[in-house]
Ligand binder design. Structure first.
Ligand code: HEC
Ligand code: HEC
Length: 288
């Protein structure tokens, strides 16, 4: 009742009693600004870190596709703050570049194909490395894997070029490496031999399948499905396809269109829904 001479509605309330000195008022005002700002900053960083790669970018961008392909090849996402262990050219090739260069997808010079690489090699190592890092035409920057170090890309270029007859040196790095020589020696033999083939021996009754679907399979889907790369159900493998077939055609089509697990949306192609369906029918026919 000591405050009766003042206006009752404000000053009889608790908070008038809590702020008694100008200093307290300053602190209160400062906190009133700082606390919400701190919360906003925390929320923003939380959101940006959880949204992570590719929020807002097209699901079909090379980066997004590569991001989906990465887990396939067992590629480890490296914490930017962690000390990065640089991969050898062969490792980079096998985790990233093989997706296109293994089979020569989309006009990519095929691994171990001296003819396809002959003209390119004349550009010289520096130029090729530059193009691989920054991208050129259908070749995405760093093969669509932005987490690769420039040196890793350069090593992969050397690895691939050497497999096609070049004599490039894989660039050294601060990280300890002993595999360059081995890689250069073994590269011609290794993954090229495993590159999937477009021609199958599996018999499939495709009389009712739209030829566009078979063509799509032969140009795109086979890259993973022919050899069962990265866990893709293999062409002609009944056991592998059984659970998918049981899920029904429509489910498979939807999953293939939107991507599932290591399977990129539309297999990384621009094919129409009908073509996707036909390509799946072609694979299903082969797995019956
Ligand atoms: C998404 C498919 C794709 C991936 C993944 C990919 N490439 Fe390519 N790459 C291409 C295509 C397509 C070309 C042909 C580009 C052209 O000449 O039109 C190409 C061309 C190249 C060339 C020749 C560039 C030139 O000067 O013409 C080099 C070198 C190369 N790639 C290196 C790499 C390396 C290294 C990786 C892995 C880090 C990689 N690529 C991953 C598709 C790919
Ligand atoms: C880069 C490799 C890759 C390419 C290219 C690719 N696939 Fe796949 N696909 C996979 C993998 C891996 C799976 C298994 C995904 C899973 O179940 O986690 C898969 C699964 C599928 C499935 C089963 C989906 C489901 O869960 O029902 C279908 C259908 C399919 N792919 C169709 C296609 C078609 C059609 C194409 C060509 C247009 C294609 N794929 C190209 C890797 C690929």
């Amino acid at each position: 009742m000591s405050n009766t001479e003042q206006k009752p509605e404000e000053h009889n309330e608790g908070h008038s009693a809590m702020i008694k000195t100008p200093k307290q008022l300053l602190v209160t005002v400062a906190l009133a600004f700082l606390v919400p700002i701190a919360i906003i900053v925390m929320l923003v960083s939380l959101v940006t870190s959880t949204m992570g790669a590719g929020a807002g970018s097209s699901a079909l961008s090379p980066e997004a596709i590569a991001a989906r392909i990465q887990p396939v090849a067992g590629f480890k996402l490296v914490d930017a703050n962690a000390v990065k262990e640089l991969k050898t050219g062969q490792q980079v090739y096998e985790t990233t570049c093989t997706a296109c260069h293994g089979a020569g997808i989309a006009g990519a010079p095929k691994f171990g194909d001296n003819g396809a690489w002959g003209e390119l090699l004349k550009l010289g190592q520096d130029e090729l490395v530059k193009n691989a890092i920054h991208g050129i035409r259908a070749m995405p920057a760093k093969g669509g894997n932005p987490s690769l170090d420039d040196i890793e890309v350069a090593r992969a270029v050397a690895y691939m070029a050497n497999a096609a007859g070049a004599d490039f040196k894989e660039p050294e790095a601060p990280a300890p490496e002993g595999e360059e020589a081995d890689a250069a020696k073994t590269d011609a033999a290794a993954p090229a031999a495993e590159a999937p083939k477009a021609t199958e021996t599996v018999a499939a009754d495709d009389s009712k399948v739209d030829p566009a679907g078979i063509k799509l399979y032969d140009t795109i889907c086979f890259a993973c499905h022919a050899a069962g790369i990265a866990g893709a159900p293999k062409f002609g493998d009944q056991a592998a396809w059984k659970p998918y077939i049981e899920s029904g055609m429509d489910t498979m089509v939807q999953k293939a269109i939107h991507g599932v697990g290591a399977m990129p949306p539309r297999g990384g192609s621009q094919a129409s829904d009908d073509e996707i369906r036909a390509a799946i029918q072609h694979m299903v026919n082969a797995a019956k």
